[in-house]
Design a protein around this ligand. Sequence first.
Ligand SMILES: Nc1ncnc2c1ncn2[C@@H]1O[C@H](COP(=O)(O)OP(=O)(O)OP(=O)(O)O)[C@@H](O)[C@H]1O
Ligand SMILES: [Mg+2]
Length: 285
Amino acid sequence: MTKCIAFHSYKGGTGKTTLATNLSVLLAKKGYRVFLLDLDVYAPSLGSYFDLKPPRSWINDFLFGTADVDDICIDITNKILPDKTQGKLFVSLANSNKEEIYKLEGNISKQSSQMQFLRNFILLREELIMKKNADFIIIDTSPGVRYWSINALAVSDIVLLTLKMGDLDVDGTKKMANEIYGSFTKFGTMCYLLLNRGAGYCTIPPDQHNPIMSSNTAYGSGSKISTSSTLLQLAEEISIDIISEIPCYCDIQFSQKEFLTGLKYPEHPFANKVHTLIKKLEENN
Ligand SMILES: Nc1ncnc2c1ncn2[C@@H]1O[C@H](COP(=O)(O)OP(=O)(O)OP(=O)(O)O)[C@@H](O)[C@H]1O
Ligand SMILES: [Mg+2]
């Protein structure tokens, strides 16, 4: 059965895009058919993340009813994954052109367009399932309470509420849980807290080009960070379970261009964290 998973957060910069991309790629590497959607329509980033040329059609066109599902799914399997991979990875991009963003934004103030957008968005999910045989649909969203993010949550089976544990994150997450997530969970959506960039681990990965480091430096276990009492308290207060805690890795944080750490460095503790997340998502029914 297809699983539709959205990454959302109250604040920006919590790692939604990093996690959505790494998760999608490792799922495809495992043999699944994965469709990654850029629903961060206000600040799309997947096109530059994967270094893709502008596509024939954008998600925006599908939402306006002027493109088919085949037009917006870009097959990046061969570009990203090793040859022998059984799985498939498709990505659909949002148009970062400011006129296109205004067009989407302008139209959501009209109720008739809102209904049409939502219908088309639900249709997109249905077509990815029925026509494209998706195993996983992964949605990257904009932070905060934005129209398209809320729609993404509405069509998802699982919402991963990503947070960094600053005070603002905690307060905002509480507010969103009370005002928004509750209404989705009533209808069966599973909602989880995902702590990312947590404190407790910091190292530099072995660098293939640096013989001193590659021979002497191990990644270390790096998998253990203690669950802070604030996080436990938050989870209890909003009745949302914690699905994963991922430390802040300096090499990811300070890399010039973080790109698929989970794929490039399979031994990196971040990759292990994503694999563990995959297991939990596979088991989630
Ligand atoms: N576990 C991690 N350890 C260290 N750095 C991380 C980790 N996860 C993400 N980052 C870094 O944090 C920064 C923000 O990540 P990312 O762009 O994925 O966040 P985002 O939630 O998508 O942001 P936005 O809300 O602006 O779209 C990036 O520089 C990324 O490399
Ligand atoms: Mg992002």
